[in-house]
Design a protein around this ligand. Structure first.
Ligand code: 13P
Ligand code: SF4
Length: 325
């Protein structure tokens, strides 16, 4: 069965109520949909759980479902499979990758690691399973600072793949982690000049930023945190207006939680919608319907890679539970 050349090109009957069809498929197949905040609003609305990378990994590990439909990108679906290998993991579009994960090729990273033999490797979850297998502990933007601080001050650390998140952690913790030179295409696109102008037009707006943004942008932020942290901050804050420096998908949940507040997506440094992640946005309701119906494309991994990459993820989950995250 060739999904690329067959089903995806086949027209789905436009009269189909995809919400109804997907709900029916979920029930009959004991499937759940896990969706990241960067998914389109309609995908978030049909999901059983919407969350950040840590929350999604925790849900994937504990689900009793027979099928996980992962509405996110490849490394997230891979993490779900690693944590719950007996469950069938479907991904609506296998091409949904990640520029940050791509910025850390395993061969090059392994050679880099070899030049720092006395360092441990802390790795942002936004990487391939091969990179996870070369790591000591995985972190997400929710737990990175606490995990770094759980190591002695003199512990030598390599942090990969995001240099912006790494620099932010170094600043907050006073560490001097060696940083791999990777970055996210979405979070590097924000224009400082346009942000300053926007803030001048909305002086009461608070600036909320994801730590994948560059240091010069983070300097201007009133709050820096993971997607979940940004969402929670916007719910609790007394402010009525917010400028949001992360992928635009998160605004759907912010607006749902606080309908009277105004959320302004921060402007990219060009005129396109580059603060939409092109990988996340490959997923559609149509592709989810097809994936659930035909149980393809399925995320498959070797047992050996699952075994090797599971250890550092489990360490992260243990530490997160210890910190109450
Ligand atoms: P979190 O949702 O974990 O903050 O990660 C953001 C991101 O870029 C995911 O690709
Ligand atoms: Fe990767 Fe950035 Fe897209 Fe997240 S937003 S999936 S880090 S490219």
């Amino acid at each position: 069965m060739n999904l690329e050349k067959g089903f995806l090109e086949k027209k789905i009957d436009p009269s189909l109520d995809l919400f109804k069809e997907i709900s029916h498929l979920k029930k009959t197949k004991n499937a759940i949909i896990l969706a990241h905040y960067y998914q389109d609003a309609d995908i978030q609305d049909i999901a059983d759980y919407i969350g950040d990378s840590l929350g999604l990994a925790q849900q994937a590990e504990k689900t009793q479902a027979d099928i996980i439909l992962f509405a996110g990108v490849h490394f997230m679906a891979e993490t779900a499979k690693i944590l719950n290998p007996k469950t069938k993991v479907l991904i609506p579009d296998l091409k949904a990758g990640c520029s940050l994960a791509d910025s850390c090729p395993p061969n090059e990273f392994n050679a880099f690691k070899a030049t720092h033999p006395d360092h441990i490797v802390l790795t942002y979850i936004n990487c391939t399973a091969d990179i996870k297998a070369l790591s000591d502990v995985i972190v997400t933007s929710t737990n990175a600072v606490q995990i770094v601080e759980s190591f002695p001050k003199d512990q030598k650390i390599i942090f990969t793949p995001d240099k912006n998140l790494g620099a932010y952690i170094n600043k907050v913790t006073g560490r001097n982690m060696v940083l791999w030179n990777g970055s996210c295409m979405v979070h590097e696109i924000f224009s400082l000049e346009k942000l300053i102008k926007l803030k001048a037009q909305h002086p009461k707006a608070l600036i909320l930023a994801h730590p994948e943004c560059e240091a010069a942008i983070l300097e201007y932020a009133d709050f820096i945190g993971s997607t979940t942290a940004i969402l929670n901050y916007s719910k609790k804050s007394e402010a009525q207006e917010f400028i949001v420096l992360t992928e635009t998908g998160i605004i759907h949940q912010m607006q749902k939680a606080s309908p009277s507040k105004t959320f302004i997506p921060a402007p990219p440094n060009n005129s396109c919608a580059c603060n939409d992640c092109p990988h996340m946005k490959l997923n559609t309701l149509e592709k989810i319907y097809i994936a659930l119906k035909y149980e393809q494309p399925e995320l498959l991994m070797s047992d050996e890679l699952i075994e090797k990459s599971k250890k550092p993820i489990n360490k992260m989950l243990e530490l997160s539970a210890k910190f109450g995250l």
